[in-house]
Design a protein around this ligand. Structure first.
Ligand code: AQP
Length: 334
């Protein structure tokens, strides 16, 4: 079987970037058929930067509700949170010993997140990609749908699998393929077209949250940074206009069109005309998700039951794989 694994950190509320770059595609792969789909709220990744403990458990449930409200069906996909399945951490330790410092030093996400004061970053933030490799390889996943920003980490996963296989003279771990497709693999900040939209950006105006109400969405889009030119007729002509490109890109992705199809429709429009249309479309698509999320989060015990059941299913797959990896290395597991 082809097995899909992907995850999202419950390090804050889900954004439109997470939705378009990840969740919507998780649903797509579930619907396509032919794949076994495993989706994970990676709460252990979230604590690589400090999280308020009281908030983390709620954020995890809220993210699970966001997945389900967007169409991830716990009857057809395995949905769980990482900390319920200890095999992730067990395998991560082996991968910490397989990955090389030189590889980790090249990870751009660490550089971005650690910022200028890298000495003060946690060791976990540095080791994050090795845990991510364990998340994926504990299931022998063949495909990982991610946004553009995670491509480097999936490539590192392949390097770790290859080095493990080489060092232990085995072909135990598969070479996982990143799946980076669709219109919106990199949604940018509404305030700065050179930065990706991120749940941890200090400015709430930089992002659209799945939990934003209609007025908030309209206000954020109205205030989004743009330039004075009208919209051109082709995507190519948006070169050098990152903010304009980003808004059109969001419009195209939300309406299920290609960039060129969207450009044909929007050619000649001023932002004063286009922004309210975009806001209306965003509200139309996101409001039902938010309504359903609210309904689901009203019953946290039910979400916990879903996650516990998902974790059981996940463990059935991961436990024998991680046990075998321990044996290959000469360690004893479970
Ligand atoms: N702006 C984005 N555009 C497209 N895809 C995105 N993803 C994140 N931001 C965008 C994709 O969402 C998935 C989950 O990401 P994550 O939560 O594990 O971590 P992240 O990439 O670091 O996301 P954030 O929102 O920026 O979180 P924080 O602020 O906590 O670091 C991934 O598939 C990612 O590609």
């Amino acid at each position: 079987t082809q097995r899909v694994f992907s995850g999202i950190q419950p390090s804050g509320g889900l954004t439109l970037g997470n939705y378009l770059g990840a969740i919507q595609r998780f649903v797509g792969m579930q619907e396509t058929g032919g794949y076994e789909t495993i989706y994970c709220l990676v709460d252990m990744h979230a604590i690589t930067v400090w999280q308020d403990p009281a908030r983390l458990a709620d954020a995890t449930r809220e993210a699970a509700a966001g997945f389900i409200a967007s169409g991830v069906d716990p009857e057809r996909s395995i949905l769980f949170n990482q900390s319920r399945v200890p095999e992730h951490a067990q395998l991560a330790w082996i991968f910490n010993c397989v990955a090389r410092l030189g590889w980790m030093n090249r990870m751009t996400q660490f550089k971005d997140k650690a910022g200028k004061n890298a000495e003060a970053a946690s060791l976990g933030l540095y080791a994050y990609p090795a845990l991510m490799a364990a998340d994926i390889l504990a299931y022998h996943a063949t495909h990982v749908p991610v946004g553009e920003d995670q491509k480097q980490h999936v490539e590192l996963t392949r390097d770790i699998a290859a080095k493990f296989n080489h060092d232990y003279e085995t072909d135990f771990f598969p070479m996982t393929e990143p799946v980076i497709e669709g219109t919106a693999t990199r949604v940018m900040s509404l305030r700065d077209g050179s930065k990706k939209m991120s749940k941890s950006d200090p400015s709430d105006m930089s992002r659209i949250n799945l939990t934003d109400d209609a007025d908030t969405i309209a206000k954020k889009i109205k205030k989004a940074k743009t330039d004075p030119e009208p919209l051109p007729g082709t995507a190519k002509e948006l070169d050098g206009r990152p903010e304009a490109r980003n808004l059109v890109n969001i419009y195209a992705a939300l309406s299920g069109r290609s960039m060129d199809e969207a450009m044909t429709e929007l050619a000649g429009q001023q932002f004063g005309q286009f922004k309210p249309m975009l806001a209306e479309l965003a509200v139309e698509k996101l409001a039902p998700i938010w309504t359903e999320m609210k309904r689901l989060t009203d019953d946290p015990a039910e979400i916990d039951r879903i996650l516990a059941r998902g974790a059981e299913q996940a463990r059935e797959i991961a436990a024998p794989i991680v046990k075998r990896a321990y044996e290959i290395v000469g360690l004893s597991a479970g």
